[in-house]
Design a binder for this molecule. Structure first.
Ligand code: SAH
Ligand code: SF4
Length: 405
């Protein structure tokens, strides 16, 4: 079957990008919003109440302008509009896969000296009863896992809390997923009343290398008066940044996924080079101590299936031994190929045999069905469009951006 996908927004040329001039309120905590209100002249005694109102319009209702915030006085709306926006990351392309997966390319301000913007991808994966949004935490990734496309990208920057929470808001905007909104008729959406019901920090980047912004964003995402996605439905995936695992548990309290991929240090050093710094034994110890881990709140261990590399029955047995005593789930991920990779996905019957060993040991071992492969939206396939350009194209763009001034 030949794969086909549709593109709903055509990609805008990079050189047309204009960075926003005013700061956006998106991503601000309640305390930061109170400061912003102070700048707009709101007396201290009123700020708490005003924050409450703004919070509702911004994060619960999803308003993109101050105009219709009826509980806020006209004067204050005008003062706010002079100083701030409610801008989310700019959507420059939208694609929808034949399986209903949607991918958005988002453009963000770049370094002040380079003029070129950055971009990141965000992916929506609908199912019958849930809709999962796969969110990025960084442009690119400083880690260089050998099987991951994002890890080959040179340009890296941390996303801000607003750019992270903004991805959920963009998805809600694009799918009418705010109270009273109109749900899409093109493509699959879950049967309940919300399109985005779950969030996974599994897009581009290592979330525990950008913990402060990820924490601030996820506290907004899980806020019951705001975006309202429960912490049980938010999963943070890490390649194993041990010192920050405990902090994530204490400061965010969401579900944890660990990208294990190998059971021996020698092989994991090659697949996930961070293992040289934080080896398997210590990683397992950190997982045992993850705050809040319990039978009902298990840690997911991700294991990418690489043909002839980590997929033997011996590996499966060693995996089961390694996880003994940890409240664990195992998620087998068929390797998603990308141009230039040296790896291949394990054969299907090998994945099944591997999965059987894990299952017989008492673990549910779902094999993650690859989604959105036709639009390069599957795990590990994300890479920014700027990076896909050749060096010559990048230079030409930079020259154009300079002469525009
Ligand atoms: N940096 C974090 C989160 C992003 S990656 C981490 O590594 O956990 C999300 C998941 O996709 C990780 O388990 C990662 O190892 C996996 N992954 C990366 N490249 C992949 C590929 N080409 N095929 C399948 N899974 C991949
Ligand atoms: Fe970074 Fe995760 Fe990819 Fe490794 S797998 S390079 S940590 S995004």
């Amino acid at each position: 079957m030949s794969l086909q996908s549709e593109t709903f927004i055509e990609k805008a040329p990079l050189e047309r990008y204009i960075a926003p001039e005013m700061p956006s309120l998106i991503g601000m905590s309640r305390a930061e919003l109170a400061d912003a209100l102070g700048q707009a002249g709101v007396p201290e005694a009123q700020r708490k109440m005003r924050v409450q109102q703004l919070w509702h319009w911004i994060y619960f209702r999803g308003f993109t302008t101050f105009d219709d915030m009826t509980s806020v006085s006209k004067e204050l709306r005008a003062e706010l509009a002079k100083r701030f926006t409610l801008a989310r990351p700019e959507v420059v392309a939208e694609q929808i896969s034949i399986d209903g997966t949607r991918k958005w390319l988002l453009r963000l301000p770049g370094d002040p000296d380079s003029k070129l913007p950055h971009d990141v991808e965000c992916v929506y994966i609908p199912d019958t009863e849930r809709g999962t949004l796969c969110v990025s935490s960084q442009v690119g990734c400083t880690l260089t896992c050998s099987f991951c496309h994002t890890g080959t990208q040179r340009l890296v920057r941390n996303l801000t809390a607003g750019e992270i929470a903004g991805q959920i808001m963009v998805a809600r905007d694009r799918m009418g997923d705010w109270p009273g909104g109109t749900r899409p008729t093109d493509g699959v959406v879950p049967s309940g009343d919300r399109c985005v019901t779950n969030v996974v920090m599994m897009g581009m980047g290592e979330p525990l290398y950008n913990l402060d912004a990820v924490r601030d964003a996820l506290l907004i995402v899980s806020d019951g008066d705001g975006l309202g996605i429960s912490k049980r439905r938010i999963t943070l995936s890490t390649s194993g940044v041990i010192p920050n695992i405990e902090r994530a548990g204490n400061e965010i309290g969401c579900m944890l996924a660990v990208s294990l991929h190998a059971v021996r240090d020698e092989l994991r050093n090659e697949l996930v080079p961070l293992n040289r710094k934080y080896p398997i034994k210590e990683l397992m110890e950190a997982c045992r101590n993850y705050p809040g881990a319990s039978n009902a709140k298990r840690i997911t261990f991700e294991y990418v299936m690489l043909k002839g590399v980590n997929d033997s029955i011996e590996d499966a047995k060693a995996l089961v031994r390694l996880l003994k005593g940890i409240h664990a789930k195992i998620n087998l991920i068929p390797f998603n190929p990308w141009p230039g990779t040296k790896y291949e996905c394990s054969d299907w019957d090998q994945i099944e045999k591997f999965s059987q060993v894990v299952f017989d040991a008492g673990y549910a071992s779902p094999v993650r069905t690859p989604r959105g492969r036709d639009i390069l939206a599957a795990c590990g396939q994300l890479k920014s469009a700027t990076e896909k350009l050749s060096a010559r194209e990048r230079m030409a763009l930079r020259a154009m951006a300079m002469t525009d001034e």
